[in-house]
Design a protein around this ligand. Sequence first.
Ligand SMILES: [Zn+2]
Ligand SMILES: [Zn+2]
Ligand SMILES: [Zn+2]
Length: 339
Amino acid sequence: MRRRSTPMDAAVVNAECRRRKVQLATGSDRTRAHSVGSAGVGNHDVWSADSPLSARSRTGRLPAMATPACPRCGGTSSNLLAPGYHECTSQMLVNVVPPGAQGNPGPVPIYQLCGHRYQTGAAAVGAPQCACGMYAVGACRDCGEPLCGRHVNTRNDTVLCADHANAVDRARAQEKANRKDQQLQALHAWEADAVEALLAVPDRVERFLRAVVEIEHARTPDLNALLKGQPSNRAIADWLIAHAAPPLTNVLIYEQGLFGSKQRRYPGWTFSGGSVAIYNFPHGEKAPGAISVLTDGRIYYDRSFTPAENDRFNAEAIKRIYRCARVQPLGLPPRPRVG
Ligand SMILES: [Zn+2]
Ligand SMILES: [Zn+2]
Ligand SMILES: [Zn+2]
Protein backbone atom coordinates (compact mmCIF):
# COMPACT_ATOMS: atom_id res chain seq x y z
CA MET A 1 0.00 0.00 0.00
CA ARG A 2 1.26 3.45 -0.87
CA ARG A 3 1.88 5.64 2.10
CA ARG A 4 0.72 9.25 2.11
CA SER A 5 3.39 11.74 2.82
CA THR A 6 1.18 14.79 3.19
CA PRO A 7 -0.95 15.43 6.31
CA MET A 8 -4.31 13.83 5.92
CA ASP A 9 -7.33 15.94 5.43
CA ALA A 10 -9.89 14.99 8.05
CA ALA A 11 -12.72 14.88 5.54
CA VAL A 12 -10.79 12.59 3.28
CA VAL A 13 -9.96 10.37 6.21
CA ASN A 14 -13.61 10.07 7.11
CA ALA A 15 -14.47 9.14 3.58
CA GLU A 16 -11.92 6.42 3.35
CA CYS A 17 -12.62 2.92 4.44
CA ARG A 18 -11.82 1.96 8.00
CA ARG A 19 -9.33 -0.65 7.02
CA ARG A 20 -7.17 1.79 5.14
CA LYS A 21 -7.02 4.08 8.16
CA VAL A 22 -6.09 1.17 10.34
CA GLN A 23 -3.23 0.18 8.16
CA LEU A 24 -1.93 3.71 8.16
CA ALA A 25 -2.23 3.91 11.89
CA THR A 26 -0.75 0.55 12.67
CA GLY A 27 2.06 1.17 10.22
CA SER A 28 3.31 4.63 10.93
CA ASP A 29 1.90 5.40 14.35
CA ARG A 30 2.99 2.13 15.86
CA THR A 31 6.60 2.75 15.11
CA ARG A 32 6.31 6.21 16.53
CA ALA A 33 4.65 4.95 19.66
CA HIS A 34 7.46 2.44 20.16
CA SER A 35 10.10 5.08 19.74
CA VAL A 36 8.73 6.96 22.73
CA GLY A 37 8.14 3.96 24.94
CA SER A 38 9.03 5.93 28.06
CA ALA A 39 6.03 8.16 27.56
CA GLY A 40 3.77 5.61 29.21
CA VAL A 41 1.52 4.76 26.30
CA GLY A 42 3.01 1.32 25.95
CA ASN A 43 2.91 -0.41 22.63
CA HIS A 44 -0.80 -0.09 21.96
CA ASP A 45 -1.83 1.10 18.58
CA VAL A 46 -2.80 4.63 19.19
CA TRP A 47 -5.17 6.65 17.11
CA SER A 48 -4.35 10.24 16.83
CA ALA A 49 -5.19 12.96 14.44
CA ASP A 50 -1.75 14.42 14.39
CA SER A 51 -1.62 16.47 17.56
CA PRO A 52 -0.49 14.50 20.63
CA LEU A 53 1.69 11.93 18.97
CA SER A 54 3.46 14.14 16.54
CA ALA A 55 4.09 16.67 19.28
CA ARG A 56 5.53 13.88 21.35
CA SER A 57 7.61 12.45 18.55
CA ARG A 58 9.34 15.78 18.03
CA THR A 59 10.18 16.43 21.66
CA GLY A 60 10.25 12.86 22.91
CA ARG A 61 7.90 13.84 25.73
CA LEU A 62 4.21 14.18 26.23
CA PRO A 63 3.08 17.76 25.85
CA ALA A 64 2.13 19.29 29.17
CA MET A 65 -1.60 19.40 29.56
CA ALA A 66 -4.05 19.87 32.35
CA THR A 67 -5.67 16.59 33.35
CA PRO A 68 -9.45 16.84 33.28
CA ALA A 69 -11.11 15.78 36.49
CA CYS A 70 -12.05 12.13 36.99
CA PRO A 71 -15.83 11.74 36.55
CA ARG A 72 -15.93 9.25 39.43
CA CYS A 73 -14.01 11.02 42.18
CA GLY A 74 -13.24 14.47 40.81
CA GLY A 75 -9.51 13.91 41.28
CA THR A 76 -7.10 15.37 38.79
CA SER A 77 -4.10 13.08 38.96
CA SER A 78 -4.05 10.36 36.36
CA ASN A 79 -1.92 8.24 34.10
CA LEU A 80 -2.39 8.80 30.43
CA LEU A 81 -3.04 5.39 28.89
CA ALA A 82 -3.63 6.73 25.40
CA PRO A 83 -4.38 10.19 24.08
CA GLY A 84 -7.62 11.26 25.70
CA TYR A 85 -7.80 8.10 27.79
CA HIS A 86 -6.87 8.28 31.47
CA GLU A 87 -6.55 6.09 34.52
CA CYS A 88 -7.30 8.02 37.71
CA THR A 89 -4.54 7.88 40.32
CA SER A 90 -6.29 10.08 42.88
CA GLN A 91 -6.98 8.94 46.40
CA MET A 92 -10.70 8.64 46.93
CA LEU A 93 -12.46 8.83 50.28
CA VAL A 94 -14.21 5.48 50.67
CA ASN A 95 -15.22 5.43 54.32
CA VAL A 96 -14.97 7.28 57.61
CA VAL A 97 -14.50 5.35 60.83
CA PRO A 98 -16.65 7.18 63.41
CA PRO A 99 -14.98 8.39 66.63
CA GLY A 100 -14.52 5.66 69.19
CA ALA A 101 -15.26 2.76 66.86
CA GLN A 102 -11.68 1.47 66.97
CA GLY A 103 -10.69 3.48 70.04
CA ASN A 104 -9.93 6.50 67.85
CA PRO A 105 -10.59 9.93 69.39
CA GLY A 106 -11.82 11.55 66.15
CA PRO A 107 -13.25 10.41 62.81
CA VAL A 108 -10.69 8.53 60.70
CA PRO A 109 -11.02 8.90 56.91
CA ILE A 110 -10.12 5.88 54.78
CA TYR A 111 -8.76 6.52 51.30
CA GLN A 112 -8.34 4.19 48.38
CA LEU A 113 -6.80 4.53 44.94
CA CYS A 114 -9.64 5.41 42.55
CA GLY A 115 -8.32 3.67 39.41
CA HIS A 116 -11.29 4.70 37.28
CA ARG A 117 -10.58 4.77 33.55
CA TYR A 118 -12.19 7.51 31.57
CA GLN A 119 -12.02 9.20 28.24
CA THR A 120 -11.87 12.93 27.88
CA GLY A 121 -12.20 15.76 25.52
CA ALA A 122 -12.82 15.95 21.89
CA ALA A 123 -10.17 14.01 20.11
CA ALA A 124 -9.41 15.86 16.95
CA VAL A 125 -12.09 16.08 14.34
CA GLY A 126 -11.94 13.17 11.99
CA ALA A 127 -10.47 10.74 14.52
CA PRO A 128 -11.95 7.29 14.03
CA GLN A 129 -14.87 6.29 16.18
CA CYS A 130 -15.70 3.12 18.05
CA ALA A 131 -18.94 1.35 17.09
CA CYS A 132 -20.50 2.94 20.18
CA GLY A 133 -19.82 6.46 18.88
CA MET A 134 -16.99 7.40 21.23
CA TYR A 135 -13.72 8.47 19.71
CA ALA A 136 -11.33 5.61 19.38
CA VAL A 137 -8.19 5.38 21.48
CA GLY A 138 -6.91 2.30 19.70
CA ALA A 139 -7.65 -0.32 17.10
CA CYS A 140 -7.87 -4.09 17.20
CA ARG A 141 -4.54 -5.51 16.16
CA ASP A 142 -6.30 -8.37 14.37
CA CYS A 143 -9.13 -6.72 12.46
CA GLY A 144 -8.42 -3.01 12.82
CA GLU A 145 -11.75 -2.11 14.40
CA PRO A 146 -11.39 1.31 16.10
CA LEU A 147 -12.09 1.06 19.82
CA CYS A 148 -12.88 3.60 22.51
CA GLY A 149 -11.53 3.42 26.05
CA ARG A 150 -14.58 1.54 27.29
CA HIS A 151 -14.55 -1.06 24.55
CA VAL A 152 -10.84 -1.57 24.24
CA ASN A 153 -9.50 -4.94 25.42
CA THR A 154 -5.90 -5.77 26.04
CA ARG A 155 -4.35 -9.20 25.89
CA ASN A 156 -0.59 -9.71 26.06
CA ASP A 157 -0.25 -5.91 25.94
CA THR A 158 -2.04 -5.85 22.61
CA VAL A 159 -5.25 -3.98 21.82
CA LEU A 160 -8.06 -6.22 20.63
CA CYS A 161 -11.76 -5.94 19.89
CA ALA A 162 -14.17 -8.00 21.97
CA ASP A 163 -14.35 -10.84 19.44
CA HIS A 164 -10.63 -11.17 19.07
CA ALA A 165 -10.05 -10.84 22.81
CA ASN A 166 -12.54 -13.69 23.27
CA ALA A 167 -10.66 -15.73 20.70
CA VAL A 168 -7.45 -15.21 22.66
CA ASP A 169 -9.22 -16.21 25.89
CA ARG A 170 -10.64 -19.36 24.32
CA ALA A 171 -7.24 -20.32 22.93
CA ARG A 172 -5.70 -19.81 26.36
CA ALA A 173 -8.37 -21.91 28.04
CA GLN A 174 -7.85 -24.65 25.47
CA GLU A 175 -4.11 -24.56 25.98
CA LYS A 176 -4.58 -24.81 29.74
CA ALA A 177 -6.93 -27.77 29.31
CA ASN A 178 -4.42 -29.50 27.02
CA ARG A 179 -1.64 -28.91 29.52
CA LYS A 180 -3.71 -30.36 32.33
CA ASP A 181 -4.56 -33.35 30.15
CA GLN A 182 -0.89 -34.04 29.49
CA GLN A 183 -0.07 -33.65 33.18
CA LEU A 184 -2.79 -36.13 34.10
CA GLN A 185 -1.53 -38.62 31.54
CA ALA A 186 1.99 -38.29 32.92
CA LEU A 187 0.68 -38.77 36.45
CA HIS A 188 -1.26 -41.89 35.50
CA ALA A 189 1.82 -43.33 33.82
CA TRP A 190 3.85 -42.54 36.94
CA GLU A 191 1.28 -44.20 39.19
CA ALA A 192 1.27 -47.31 36.97
CA ASP A 193 5.07 -47.48 37.35
CA ALA A 194 4.68 -47.05 41.11
CA VAL A 195 2.21 -49.95 41.25
CA GLU A 196 4.64 -52.11 39.32
CA ALA A 197 7.54 -51.20 41.62
CA LEU A 198 5.46 -51.85 44.74
CA LEU A 199 4.17 -55.20 43.48
CA ALA A 200 7.79 -56.23 42.96
CA VAL A 201 8.31 -55.92 46.74
CA PRO A 202 7.68 -59.46 48.02
CA ASP A 203 6.99 -58.64 51.66
CA ARG A 204 3.40 -57.46 52.12
CA VAL A 205 4.13 -55.26 55.16
CA GLU A 206 7.12 -53.61 53.51
CA ARG A 207 5.04 -52.99 50.38
CA PHE A 208 2.38 -51.25 52.44
CA LEU A 209 4.91 -49.15 54.41
CA ARG A 210 6.55 -48.05 51.17
CA ALA A 211 3.21 -47.13 49.67
CA VAL A 212 2.27 -44.97 52.66
CA VAL A 213 5.66 -43.28 53.00
CA GLU A 214 6.96 -43.10 49.44
CA ILE A 215 3.69 -42.64 47.56
CA GLU A 216 1.44 -41.01 50.19
CA HIS A 217 -1.61 -40.47 47.96
CA ALA A 218 -2.94 -41.83 44.71
CA ARG A 219 -5.43 -40.97 41.99
CA THR A 220 -5.60 -44.31 40.24
CA PRO A 221 -7.53 -47.18 41.89
CA ASP A 222 -4.70 -49.74 41.66
CA LEU A 223 -2.25 -47.58 43.54
CA ASN A 224 -4.92 -46.45 45.97
CA ALA A 225 -5.68 -50.09 46.81
CA LEU A 226 -2.03 -50.60 47.80
CA LEU A 227 -2.23 -47.54 50.06
CA LYS A 228 -5.41 -48.68 51.74
CA GLY A 229 -4.49 -52.31 52.34
CA GLN A 230 -3.05 -51.90 55.81
CA PRO A 231 -1.87 -55.21 57.30
CA SER A 232 -2.80 -56.11 60.89
CA ASN A 233 -0.94 -54.56 63.80
CA ARG A 234 0.39 -58.04 64.53
CA ALA A 235 1.95 -58.33 61.06
CA ILE A 236 3.40 -54.81 61.24
CA ALA A 237 4.80 -55.37 64.75
CA ASP A 238 6.43 -58.65 63.65
CA TRP A 239 7.96 -56.95 60.64
CA LEU A 240 9.28 -54.13 62.85
CA ILE A 241 10.90 -56.58 65.28
CA ALA A 242 12.50 -58.41 62.37
CA HIS A 243 13.76 -55.36 60.47
CA ALA A 244 14.22 -52.37 62.78
CA ALA A 245 17.47 -51.22 64.28
CA PRO A 246 17.66 -52.08 68.00
CA PRO A 247 15.14 -50.11 70.07
CA LEU A 248 16.48 -47.20 72.05
CA THR A 249 13.91 -47.12 74.81
CA ASN A 250 12.68 -49.17 77.68
CA VAL A 251 8.93 -48.90 77.52
CA LEU A 252 7.10 -48.32 80.79
CA ILE A 253 4.04 -50.52 81.00
CA TYR A 254 1.46 -51.43 83.63
CA GLU A 255 1.19 -55.16 84.10
CA GLN A 256 -1.69 -56.74 85.91
CA GLY A 257 -0.24 -59.20 88.45
CA LEU A 258 -1.72 -61.33 91.16
CA PHE A 259 -1.43 -58.49 93.67
CA GLY A 260 -2.64 -55.64 91.48
CA SER A 261 -1.05 -53.49 88.80
CA LYS A 262 2.73 -53.24 88.63
CA GLN A 263 4.99 -50.90 86.63
CA ARG A 264 7.59 -52.69 84.54
CA ARG A 265 9.99 -51.66 81.78
CA TYR A 266 10.65 -53.70 78.62
CA PRO A 267 12.82 -52.89 75.60
CA GLY A 268 10.78 -51.83 72.63
CA TRP A 269 9.64 -49.01 70.38
CA THR A 270 7.03 -46.47 71.40
CA PHE A 271 5.02 -44.59 68.81
CA SER A 272 3.41 -41.86 70.87
CA GLY A 273 0.28 -40.37 69.37
CA GLY A 274 0.47 -43.24 66.91
CA SER A 275 -3.00 -44.75 67.32
CA VAL A 276 -6.06 -44.29 65.18
CA ALA A 277 -8.26 -44.57 68.26
CA ILE A 278 -8.72 -41.51 70.44
CA TYR A 279 -8.00 -42.11 74.10
CA ASN A 280 -9.18 -40.11 77.13
CA PHE A 281 -6.25 -38.74 79.03
CA PRO A 282 -6.23 -38.07 82.80
CA HIS A 283 -6.78 -34.32 82.53
CA GLY A 284 -9.73 -34.69 80.19
CA GLU A 285 -7.90 -34.31 76.89
CA LYS A 286 -8.74 -36.66 74.04
CA ALA A 287 -5.96 -37.59 71.65
CA PRO A 288 -4.43 -40.52 69.79
CA GLY A 289 -2.61 -42.75 72.23
CA ALA A 290 0.79 -44.37 72.15
CA ILE A 291 1.28 -47.79 70.65
CA SER A 292 4.38 -49.64 71.76
CA VAL A 293 5.92 -52.77 70.31
CA LEU A 294 8.00 -54.72 72.77
CA THR A 295 10.90 -56.85 71.54
CA ASP A 296 9.18 -59.89 73.06
CA GLY A 297 6.41 -59.38 70.50
CA ARG A 298 3.72 -57.85 72.68
CA ILE A 299 1.85 -54.75 71.54
CA TYR A 300 0.95 -52.23 74.23
CA TYR A 301 -1.86 -49.75 73.55
CA ASP A 302 -1.42 -46.70 75.69
CA ARG A 303 -2.27 -48.15 79.15
CA SER A 304 -3.21 -51.69 78.24
CA PHE A 305 -2.30 -54.68 76.16
CA THR A 306 -5.89 -54.67 74.95
CA PRO A 307 -6.42 -52.34 72.01
CA ALA A 308 -9.32 -49.94 71.82
CA GLU A 309 -11.81 -51.17 69.28
CA ASN A 310 -10.34 -51.31 65.76
CA ASP A 311 -7.23 -49.50 66.89
CA ARG A 312 -4.30 -49.59 64.53
CA PHE A 313 -1.15 -47.68 63.70
CA ASN A 314 -1.97 -44.31 62.16
CA ALA A 315 -0.09 -42.85 59.17
CA GLU A 316 2.32 -40.98 61.44
CA ALA A 317 3.27 -44.21 63.24
CA ILE A 318 3.65 -46.01 59.90
CA LYS A 319 6.16 -43.38 58.80
CA ARG A 320 8.15 -43.80 61.99
CA ILE A 321 8.14 -47.59 61.64
CA TYR A 322 9.47 -47.22 58.08
CA ARG A 323 12.24 -44.94 59.35
CA CYS A 324 13.13 -47.38 62.16
CA ALA A 325 13.86 -50.07 59.57
CA ARG A 326 16.02 -47.74 57.44
CA VAL A 327 14.80 -49.20 54.14
CA GLN A 328 16.23 -47.93 50.87
CA PRO A 329 13.56 -45.98 48.97
CA LEU A 330 12.29 -47.46 45.70
CA GLY A 331 13.92 -44.57 43.84
CA LEU A 332 10.86 -43.55 41.84
CA PRO A 333 11.21 -40.32 39.83
CA PRO A 334 9.39 -37.32 41.33
CA ARG A 335 5.61 -37.44 40.99
CA PRO A 336 4.47 -35.35 38.00
CA ARG A 337 2.64 -32.22 39.08
CA VAL A 338 -0.90 -31.53 38.05
CA GLY A 339 -1.46 -27.78 38.22
ZN1 LIG B 1 -11.02 9.03 40.16
ZN1 LIG C 1 -10.79 -7.52 16.11
ZN1 LIG D 1 -16.89 2.15 22.36
